[in-house]
Design a binder for this molecule. Structure first.
Ligand code: PMV
Length: 330
């Protein structure tokens, strides 16, 4: 099919994994199932102009500034989509921005790449409509960045359970439907080891198989806790997943850590607070030093007071987020 002139725009959120995807098999397939909550405030807004051309060319503007590095990453990604020749002879102009500030260490790849994949799916559907837009958008997101495939749905999402190729929406108990996520930005510095390099280190990791087996068990426990509204089990697995992910970094043959002293200090405070108050405040970590504090809306008053009084000194800033409804066309 011949390329057509087209414009698309999507706002797509980031997500935080409750059960982590860490380690790949085959072509961008997960070594274990993962489960995440889609966020509301941490969003990328992306507009793409598709212009038929003699060859493939990508220009990308982030917050109005031309970005050669991201443009070349997107170009390489499009070149891998060889099943879609209609993507080839196109000049792409991408204008993208994030609602969350730069240098906060919040991964923009899940939001940014899912927003771009949604625009790509719009374009392909304009020429040849398919049957399952979001499933296809999830597949395209996955090929760009694994965790991005879970951002195309609101609420909770699984990947590697129903399918390895795309994510699926996951229904939870009413108690879990309004979880808050206060993101403690401990450091906004760029991470020393990228996720791509980190996934790669799992291939020679002495504990890789044990980790995949544990993740499969944790996935089942987490799914059942979210369905039954068992906040304590949810929190226990949530923290175990975060600490295991970081233990994998620290025990890989080429060892590294992304934790900072303030990450540990804040974790200690959270554990003490929970023991003293019995309130359901739990943490998780992405591949970075920043803590996502997860708690139900019903307990937010006392927890927010604790966060602002006791934890603020350990942070560069705090981003208040919560479970979101998923991407929107714009
Ligand atoms: O999507 P990637 O390839 O950047 O991998 C990131 C994986 C984690 O964010 C660390 C965990 C997850 O499941 O989101």
């Amino acid at each position: 099919m011949k390329p057509i002139p087209f414009e698309a725009g999507w706002r797509s959120p980031s997500n935080i994994a409750f059960v982590k995807y860490w380690g790949k098999k085959g072509h961008q397939l997960p070594a274990n199932p993962s489960l995440s909550m889609t966020l509301k405030e941490c969003v990328s807004e992306t507009f793409v102009t598709f212009a038929p051309a003699d060859s493939l060319k990508v220009e990308l503007f982030l917050e109005g500034n031309k970005e050669e590095k991201f443009a070349s990453k997107i170009q390489k990604y499009i070149e891998t989509l060889t099943d879609f020749p209609e993507l080839k002879n196109v000049h792409y102009t991408i204008k993208t921005k994030n609602t969350f500030p730069h240098g906060t260490g919040i991964a923009s790849s899940a939001s940014g790449l899912s927003a771009f994949a949604l625009c790509l799916t719009d374009y392909l559907y304009a020429m040849n409509p398919g049957k399952n837009f979001f499933q296809d958008a999830s597949s395209f997101s996955r090929l760009a960045s694994g965790s991005a495939c879970r951002s195309v749905y609101g609420g909770f999402t699984t990947w590697g359970d129903e399918s390895d190729l795309y994510a699926s929406p996951f229904e939870v108990h009413a108690e879990m439907a309004h979880l808050k996520d206060s993101v403690l930005v401990i450091s906004g510095e760029e991470k020393k080891v990228s996720s791509t390099a980190g996934h790669g280190r799992m291939t020679s990791h002495p504990f890789a198989e044990a980790r995949y087996a544990q993740a499969k068990i944790n996935f089942k426990l987490m799914a059942s806790a979210l369905k039954s509204g068992d906040i304590e089990t949810m929190g226990k697995i949530l923290e175990s997943e975060a600490l295991t992910l970081h233990s994998m970094f620290m025990t890989s043959p080429e060892a590294y850590t992304l934790l900072r002293p303030n990450t540990i200090a804040a974790i200690d405070m959270i554990w003490n607070f929970r023991q003293e108050t019995k309130l359901p405040l739990y943490f998780t970590l992405d591949a970075g030093p920043n803590l996502h504090l997860i708690y139900p809306e019903s307990a937010q008053n006392k927890i927010k007071t604790f966060i602002s009084h006791e934890l603020t000194p350990f942070t560069e800033r705090i981003i208040e987020d919560e479970r979101g409804e998923g991407p929107q066309k714009c």
